[in-house]
Structures are given as structure tokens and as C-alpha cells.
Design a protein around this ligand. Structure first.
Ligand code: ZN
Length: 114
């Protein structure tokens, strides 16, 4: 019974690995859009109603506990969106792998018990 489940889990892990290998470029973070006001007196961004500058696109992310952000050119948005999506998919797949690996480990240490 457990041996059958082990084979099943092994197959699922192989599938997760294949999906990870096929992911392509990825990037952590979330995309936001901003409109800014500048310092020039009489600029359209201070008119009534204001016409603010932008949109500006920015990816915010945290790595090793440190938050940071990067401005993104409009023409790079499709690629960046795809990379952000790939990163989220990667995290879901790694989470699945961890759950499967833990279950597999539990089955094996139980089976090998004398
Ligand atoms: Zn302005």
C-alpha cells in the first residue's frame, strides 16, 4: 500500500521537476503603476485638474530581507509580466515539491523501521 503511494509520489515529483525545468525566465516582485508630480512651477501636473506624469512602471521585491525596486520601461512590460508570473508558478511548484518530498520521507522512514 505504502510502496504504491511512494511510486505515485515519485512520479508527481518528477512532473514538478519537469514543470520547473520548462519555466523559463523569472523575476520576483510585484508590478505597480505610478503617476508623479514634478518640481516645475506651472507644469501640467499642477493644473486643475492635474495631468500627472506617467504612468511609470515599477517592480518591487524583497531579497535576503531587503526591499528594493526597479523602474521598468513600457516596452519591457510583456516580458516582465511573464517573468513575474513564472516566479509565482515556481513558488507554487516548489511548495508542491516540499509537500510531496515530506510525505515521501515519512513513508520511507516508517517502512525502513525494523
Ligand atoms: Zn510636472
Amino acid at each position: 500500500m505504502d510502496a504504491k503511494r511512494e511510486v505515485q509520489i515519485e512520479r508527481q515529483i518528477e512532473k514538478v521537476k519537469r514543470q520547473l525545468a520548462a519555466l523559463g525566465d523569472l523575476r520576483p516582485g510585484s508590478l505597480s503603476t505610478q503617476f508623479n508630480v514634478c518640481g516645475s512651477p506651472g507644469c501640467r501636473c499642477k493644473a486643475t485638474p492635474p495631468e500627472k506624469h506617467g504612468p511609470y512602471y515599477q517592480v518591487s521585491f524583497t531579497r535576503k530581507g531587503k526591499g528594493s525596486s526597479k523602474f521598468i520601461r513600457k516596452e519591457d512590460l510583456p516580458a516582465i509580466r511573464k517573468q513575474l508570473k513564472n516566479y509565482e508558478t515556481m513558488k507554487i511548484l516548489v511548495d508542491q515539491w516540499i509537500d510531496l518530498a515530506t510525505e515521501l520521507s515519512n513513508l520511507r522512514i516508517t517502512r525502513n523501521r525494523p
